[in-house]
Design a protein around this ligand. Sequence first.
Ligand code: SF4
Length: 64
Amino acid sequence: MQIRVDAEKCQGHSRCYALAPELFDIDDYGNAHELNDGVVPPELEVRARLAQANCPEFAIIIGD
Ligand code: SF4
């Protein structure tokens, strides 16, 4: 699984970071970006989906 944060949509709520700090990091403004080039290990796939579901801006994109 692969994740990506759409920087145009991200509004810096940091919910993704709160839910899955292994997958996301945030800058000084709270805007998120994906870690590990967006590669999600199998054991973190549930958390990636949780973060996506909790992003109010629909900024988290999940691919294969
Ligand atoms: S939850 Fe969504 S809007 Fe908030 S920091 Fe994460 S990607 Fe950005």
